[in-house]
Design a protein around this ligand. Structure first.
Ligand code: CP
Ligand code: NVA
Length: 301
C-alpha cells in the first residue's frame, strides 16, 4: 500500500527511528562525498501555492543527490489554479511521476491529493501542519541532545502549522512539550485536546511558565504566510511572546533555541538571541536536507 506523509501522525515512532538512522548515514555519506544514487530515474513533482526557500531547495537538492529529478511548479501555472479538480491532478501526476510534494493553504487539498494518488504525497506545509519541518527538528534535537524522551521542549508564539505538528510530535515521540500562545491564537483545538490526554503536553498563555526548566525553546513567526491581513493586530498581541534573554533566563542554563526560519528579528526573536544560536538554527535548516532524503527513500523505494 502506498504511504503518504501528510501529517506527523502518518508515521509511527519506530518508522521515524528508521528514517532518522538512514538520515544520519546520508548526512555522513554527503560529508565524505560518497555518492548514493538510490532514487535513480525517479521523479518528484513539487507544487507550490506559497513561497519557499528551504523546503523547495532541500527537496530539489535531495532528490537530485539521490540520482532522481525534480519538477517544480507554481500552482498558479497549473490547471489547478483554473479549477481542475485536485483528484484529477492527483491521477494525472500519478501516471507521470513517482512522488508529489505540495505546499498549499488547505490541509484538505493535501489529503484529497493523497486520497487520489497512487504515489506518495508529502505535505511541504499547509495552514494546519508542517510535518517535514518537525520530523527534521526532532532529528536535530536528538543529534544535539540525545533521545527526545527525556527532553523538555517549550514553544512560544503563534499556534500555527509548526505548533500543530510539534504537538503531534510530542504524541508520537512522547516528550514533554509546553506551549505558550495568546488567547485567540492557540493551536488547533482537536489536536490540543488529544495531546492533553496523553499527559505530555501543556498549554498556557504565559511564556515564562512555558519555558520554565526547558531544554529547548522553539519559536516561529507571528504572521504566517497567508495571514498578512491580521499582521498589525498580531504584532501588538504577541509582544510578550518574544524570545529574548529575559525569557531565556527562566529556561535551563544550557537551553538551545530553535527556529524553523524565516525569522523576523525584533518580533518573535531578538537579534542577539538569534545570532547566539545561529549555528544550531542553521544546523536545523541543514538537517531538512538529510531527513527529507531519507523520507524520500522511505516513501519511494
Ligand atoms: N522552514 C521552511 O519551511 O522554510 P521555507 O518556507 O523557506 O521552505
Ligand atoms: N508558520 C510559518 C512557517 C514557515 C516555514 C508559515 O506558515 O509561514
Amino acid at each position: 500500500m502506498v504511504r503518504h506523509f501528510t501529517k506527523l501522525t502518518d508515521i509511527e515512532e519506530k518508522e521515524a527511528r528508521l528514517i532518522f538512522q538512514r538520515a544520519k548515514e546520508l548526512k555522513n555519506m554527503r560529508k565524505e562525498k560518497i555518492p548514493c544514487k538510490t532514487l535513480e530515474n525517479k521523479i518528484l513533482a513539487m507544487i507550490f501555492e506559497k513561497a519557499s526557500t528551504r523546503t523547495r531547495i532541500s527537496f530539489e537538492v535531495g532528490i537530485k543527490e539521490l540520482g532522481g529529478e525534480a519538477i517544480v511548479m507554481n500552482a498558479s501555472d497549473m490547471q489547478l489554479s483554473r479549477g481542475e479538480p485536485v483528484k484529477d491532478t492527483a491521477r494525472v501526476l500519478s501516471r507521470y511521476v513517482h512522488a508529489i510534494m505540495i505546499r498549499t493553504f488547505s490541509q484538505d487539498t493535501v489529503e484529497e491529493l493523497a486520497r487520489w494518488s497512487t504515489i506518495p504525497v508529502i505535505n511541504g506545509l499547509s495552514d494546519k501542519y508542517h510535518p517535514c519541518q518537525i520530523l527534521s527538528d526532532i532529528f536535530t534535537i536528538e543529534e544535539l541532545m540525545g533521545n527526545i524522551e527525556g527532553i523538555h521542549v517549550a514553544y512560544i508564539g503563534d499556534g500555527n502549522n509548526v505548533a500543530n505538528s510539534l504537538i503531534e510530535a510530542s504524541m508520537v515521540f512522547r516528550f514533554r512539550l509546553t506551549m505558550a500562545s495568546p488567547a485567540g491564537y492557540t493551536p488547533d483545538i482537536e489536536i490540543v485536546e488529544k495531546a492533553k490526554k496523553g499527559g505530555f503536553f501543556e498549554l498556557t498563555s504565559d511564556p515564562r511558565d512555558a519555558v520554565k526548566g526547558a531544554d529547548v525553546v522553539y519559536t516561529d513567526v507571528w504572521v504566517s504566510m497567508g495571514q498578512e491581513k491580521d499582521a498589525e493586530r498580531k504584532r501588538e498581541i504577541f509582544k510578550p511572546y518574544k524570545v529574548d534573554d529575559l525569557l531565556l533566563n527562566k529556561a535551563k542554563k544550557q537551553t538551545i533555541v530553535l527556529h524553523c526560519l524565516p525569522a523576523h528579528r525584533g518580533e518573535e526573536i531578538t537579534e542577539e538571541v538569534f545570532e547566539r544560536f545561529q549555528d544550531v538554527i542553521f544546523t536545523q535548516a541543514e538537517n531538512r536536507l538529510h531527513v527529507q532524503k531519507s523520507l524520500l527513500e522511505w516513501l519511494m523505494l
